[in-house]
Write a protein that binds this ligand. Sequence first.
Ligand code: SF4
Length: 320
Amino acid sequence: MDQILEIKGLRKYFPIAEGGFFKTAWVKAVDNISFSVQKGQTFALVGESGCGKTTTARIILLLDNPTAGIVLFCGKNIFGLNPGEIRQYRSSVQAVFQDPYSSLSPRLRVGAIISEPLRANRKHLTKAAIQEKVNEVLLQVGLDPEMATLFPHEFSGGQRQRIAIARSLVQQPSLIVLDEPVSALDISMQAQIMNLLKELQDRLKLSYLLIAHNLATVRYMSHAIGIMYLGKLVEKGASEAVFAKRLHPYTQALFSAALPTHPDLVQESPYMLGEVPSALNPPPGCRFHPRCSSAKPICSRVEPELKMIAPGHEVACLLC
Ligand code: SF4
């Protein structure tokens, strides 16, 4: 299967001035991660707050520069694009954010919000062509084109997220970064928006990079999954394989902390010790060792690399 996006050895270190002028420490928000998104599929990046998943998304969206590593989009490194190619890339790669209310201008009518990228980037389009495109994407997300004259505050949370999705579709992207797209919505709305995203993926052959911490959302939406901890990928593979057999102790703890999906099911007790350490001074060896109930003395000395445990299933643990 073809890859639409390939991330290789990506690092993002943020400098922090420490004491004297020449002394700089680094927050290693993303530290040498590699993964790929296949065409027409969803890759989910999962982990606790501060694990580096949103920083990764910001780099892919060209909102931050990486410290090292490359991002290939359709085989081309996005950090070597010329201004025209960057404009094209920004059209092809769109984003949908968590809070649809703050991501939509309250002063603009829905039609103006959705058509803004077209008016900025496709100046040759006539007013009628733009209106036709706006109507088309509103219908695609299940909204009446007549709603284009309303303001965002006149919609429910779920409808506002549909508007945000319509805006992301208007430039006919091939990849959409979904940053916690349903976590600000109530449960019934979450299901509707997830179904809509899946239906659009099938119909328009879209690829998604899903940033999420809700495992139910990830299980329902993703084809492949990467588990991040303190800037590192600790497990990755096909979603089915990871959900069937989670191997890394952090993945096991993360999954057991999730609420059961049925009232008769008993919640597993999470066995993660303590708090997430600071990315400013991550523990030596395996970064998870201070919290890992399976840790051995070697874990604080040797840093585990991702290794293939089964076809397409990789784990970074010295004991796996
Ligand atoms: Fe736990 Fe050691 Fe594996 Fe790290 S390497 S996850 S500390 S067992």
